[in-house]
Design a protein around this ligand. Structure first.
Ligand code: FA5
Length: 364
C-alpha cells in the first residue's frame, strides 16, 4: 500500500484508475459467466474477490488517499466490488438450479418398473400352534419335555399297559422299524414321553410333551400318516379329575377364547383309568346354532383323550408310592388347527404350499 499522502489525485494511483477498475470488473464478470460448475465458480473467488484480487488491492489504496479523494474513490471501488459480488451470487444461483435439475434427471427412480420380488416366508401354522400351546402351559408353570421319534416298543406300548397281546395294541397301526424284532417303532403317540419323564424325574411332575407321531393311516381329509400331538402329564400328591378338568378348561379358554370350557365323556385308554374323551365347547356358536358347520350343531367338538394315569403305568415308571396320583391328556395339533381355523382338508396342512402358510403370517 502507498504511504500517507495529502496532495495526489486518486486517478494517479494506478490501481484506482477507472480503466483499471473497469478492466478488473470485466475480467471478473467474464470469468464468472464462463464458470461451468459450482466447483469452478468457487475456484474463481480467490482471483476476483480474495485479498489479493485487483479490486481488494485497489480498496486498500483508498486508506492512503487524502480525505477529499476518499469518498469518490471508495464509491468507485465499492460499486465495482458490488457488481462482481452480484455476478458471483447470480451465477451461483443459476449453477445450483442446473445442478438440482441434473440430479433430478440422473437420480430419477421409475417406481413402475417391474421387479422380481422375493416373497418373505411364513412359519408353518403347525409350528405356530405348537408354540402357542407351549406358551400357555409354560405360563402355568409346566415344563416342556421331548422324546425320540424312533421309540422303544416297550415305552410306546408295554409300559403304557398295552401288553403284547393287548387288543388295544391293534387300535394304533404301527410302523415297525426293521429288522423284525428290533424292538423299535416310530412312536404312535406322545405318551411314551410320559414314561421317559417319570423314569427321569421324581414327582411333582408337570410337563407338556409336544411332538411328531406316526401311524399307517392313509392321507385323507381328516387323517395323515405323520401328525403332531401334545401330551400333558401331572403327577403329584392328591391329584384328582378336578385338577385335570381345571387344567383343560384353563388351556382351552386361552387357546380358543375366554369362557370356553371342556366336557369329559367316558372312554377307554389302557394307560388311564378312568379315561375320557375331551370335548371342547364350540368357540364359533357356543352351542346356539343348530346348523353350525364347526360343531355340527352339537355345541361340542372332540379334541383328544385324557384320564387319570393308570396305577400300573405309574408302577412301570417306578412310582409306587400311593400318595401320588396323576392325570394325562393327549390332543392332536392338526385337528386343533383345522377346528380353530376352519381348515376343511388335511391336505392343505401337510402339502407345504406356502400360500397356505402365508395366510397365518407370524401369528395365528
Ligand atoms: C392317543 O393317541 C392317546 N395317546 C391320547 C391320550 C393321552 C389319552 C393321554 C389319554 C391320556 P388318540 O389315538 O385318540 O389318542 O389320538 C389323539 C388325537 O390325535 C386325536 O384326537 C386326533 O386329534 C389325533 N389323531 C389321531 N390320528 C390322527 C391322524 N391319522 N391324523 C391326524 N390326527 C390324528
Amino acid at each position: 500500500m502507498s504511504g500517507p499522502n495529502t496532495s495526489y489525485d486518486p486517478v494517479e494511483v494506478a490501481a484506482l484508475e477507472p480503466e483499471a477498475i473497469e478492466q478488473a470488473v470485466t475480467a471478473a464478470l467474464a470469468a464468472v459467466a464462463a464458470a461451468a460448475s459450482l466447483e469452478e465458480l468457487k475456484s474463481l473467488r480467490g482471483a476476483h474477490q480474495g485479498d489479493k484480487s485487483p479490486l481488494a488491492l485497489a480498496n486498500r489504496e483508498i486508506g492512503a488517499l487524502p480525505p477529499s479523494a476518499k469518498a469518490e474513490a471508495g464509491k468507485r471501488v465499492g460499486q465495482a466490488r458490488g457488481r462482481v459480488a452480484s455476478a458471483f451470487t447470480a451465477r451461483q444461483g443459476e449453477l445450483e438450479v442446473e445442478r438440482d435439475n441434473r440430479i433430478l434427471v440422473e437420480e430419477a427412480l421409475d417406481v413402475t418398473v417391474p421387479v422380481t420380488r422375493r416373497r418373505s416366508g411364513a412359519r408353518h401354522p403347525i409350528s405356530l400352534v405348537t408354540q402357542r400351546v407351549e406358551d400357555i402351559f409354560v405360563a402355568m408353570g409346566w415344563e416342556i419335555a421331548e422324546g425320540p421319534e424312533v421309540e422303544a416298543e416297550w415305552l410306546n406300548f408295554d409300559a403304557l399297559n398295552l401288553g403284547q397281546d393287548h387288543p388295544a395294541r391293534q387300535m394304533q397301526d404301527t410302523f415297525f422299524v426293521e429288522p423284525e424284532g428290533s424292538g423299535l417303532v416310530l412312536r404312535t403317540h406322545t405318551s411314551p414321553v410320559q414314561i421317559r419323564t417319570m423314569l427321569r424325574e421324581d414327582p411333582p411332575i408337570y410337563v407338556l410333551c409336544p411332538g411328531k407321531v406316526f401311524r399307517t393311516d392313509d392321507l385323507d381329509a381328516t387323517h395323515t400318516p405323520v401328525f403332531h400331538q401334545f401330551e400333558g402329564l401331572v403327577v403329584d400328591e392328591g391329584i384328582t379329575m378336578a385338577h385335570l378338568k381345571g387344567s383343560l378348561d384353563a388351556f382351552v379358554s386361552r387357546l380358543f377364547g375366554e369362557g370356553i370350557v371342556t366336557r369329559l365323556r367316558p372312554s377307554y385308554f389302557p394307560f388311564t383309568e378312568p379315561s375320557a374323551e375331551i370335548d371342547c365347547q364350540c368357540w364359533i356358536c357356543g352351542g346356539t346354532n343348530p346348523s353350525c358347520r364347526t360343531c355340527g350343531g352339537t355345541g361340542w367338538i372332540e379334541v383328544g383323550g385324557c384320564g387319570m394315569v393308570n396305577r400300573r403305568v405309574l408302577a412301570a415308571a417306578g412310582i409306587t408310592d400311593e400318595k401320588y396320583t396323576g392325570f394325562a391328556f393327549g390332543l392332536g395339533i392338526e385337528r386343533s388347527l383345522m377346528l380353530r381355523h376352519g381348515v376343511g382338508d388335511m391336505h392343505d396342512i401337510v402339502e407345504g404350499d406356502v400360500r397356505f402358510s402365508a395366510q397365518f403370517g407370524m401369528e395365528i
